[in-house]
Design a protein around this ligand. Structure first.
Ligand code: MRU
Length: 318
């Protein structure tokens, strides 16, 4: 454990002096604590226990971890097994595994994540009307990407253009990524927001208090089905019921062309103890939103629209 290199920054990962520094997201917002990882096993443990989390950020952490490995093949296998749903993890490992300079490749992926986030944030902000009230789920901010954020990046860019009035932040049961992390990021960005219980979203929509929903993604299938934090699917159903546009914001690296549809996406099942302390529980960490409920997918290659099989294939090819 070391002290924060720079207080107040929302930068979840730094590679310094031959080690990966991970901002411990389990301790936020109460404490800014950094974990120094000098081995692949330590990084794998940080990913598994959600010290670092969010699809692009775990991909970057795994990429940096390969730079610490003696045996890249074994390290990639270990890292790949830590979390099954986010395709960015496998994608980043594939980018680094045979690279002549792993650390340089990891740093490049990190820079490219910043650029992709910025670009998709601007494209997403264009979809906002005047003084929109937006709702988001989980945390798809800088903490989750290592860049500017995807869904939260869109909100930041919309705020910068004066198009955002307020953000409803789903608390995001059971681990409260919304209440703890998204609220923390929005507070730092000076964006007005209020945390709501996940189960409040329906009545907010019924009262006309939500103009847009923007969420991130862990894996997008070739047909546009979207896996994201559990609780995203019911939001999409409610949005459909109430005529609220439902946008997914994600870099092209979150698209998995090898998954034909949502049924092919592995859904991580986590410890029941995260849901209840004692007693029986079932804890799927993600759910799948069918493509037909998604108004648009905001990527750095453009805002993809239905029919997604075509628009996604084009974005991946580009
Ligand atoms: O379990 P988590 O906290 O890693 O889940 C994160 C999400 O579901 C995010 O919405 C997704 O990874 C996109 S992050 C830009």
């Amino acid at each position: 454990v070391t002290t924060a290199p720079e207080r107040g920054t929302v930068e979840p990962l730094r590679f310094e002096d031959g080690a990966l520094l991970v901002l411990d997201q389990r301790a936020l917002p109460a404490e800014e604590r950094w974990i120094r990882c000098a081995t692949v096993e330590q990084v794998a443990d940080c990913i598994r226990t959600l010290a670092v989390r969010g699809a692009p950020a775990i991909g970057l952490a795994a990429a940096y971890a390969l730079a610490l490995a003696d045996d890249r093949e074994a390290a990639a296998e270990l890292l790949r097994s830590t979390r099954p749903t986010a395709v960015n993890l496998a994608w980043a490992l594939d980018q680094c595994r045979d690279a002549p300079d792993v650390l340089e490749t990891a740093r490049r992926l990190h820079r490219e994540q910043h650029e992709a986030d910025r670009r998709l944030a601007e494209l997403g902000a264009e979809l906002f009307g005047e003084r929109s009230r937006a709702l988001t789920h989980c945390n798809a901010g800088a903490l989750a990407t290592g860049g500017y954020g995807t869904a939260c990046g869109v909100l930041r860019a919309a705020w910068a253009r004066g198009r955002l009035a307020e953000v409803w932040v789903d608390e995001t049961r059971p681990l409260l990524q919304g209440a703890r992390l998204t609220a923390w990021e929005l507070r730092q960005a000076g964006i007005p927001h209020r945390v709501v219980a996940d189960s409040a979203a329906g009545s907010l929509m019924a009262q006309g208090l939500v103009d847009r929903i923007v969420v991130g993604a862990d894996r997008i299938a070739a047909n546009g089905d979207v896996a994201n934090k559990v609780g995203t699917y019911p939001l999409a159903v409610l949005a459909d019921r109430h005529g609220v546009p439902f946008y997914v914001a994600a870099p092209v690296s979150t698209i998995d062309p090898a998954a034909p549809d949502g049924a092919a996406i592995p859904i991580e099942e986590r410890d029941p103890g995260e849901v209840v302390a004692g007693g029986n529980a079932f804890n799927p960490a993600f759910d799948v939103t069918p493509a037909e409920l998604v108004t648009g997918i905001v990527t750095e290659a453009g805002v993809l629209k239905p029919p997604y099989a075509e628009s996604i294939a084009k974005a991946v090819a580009a």
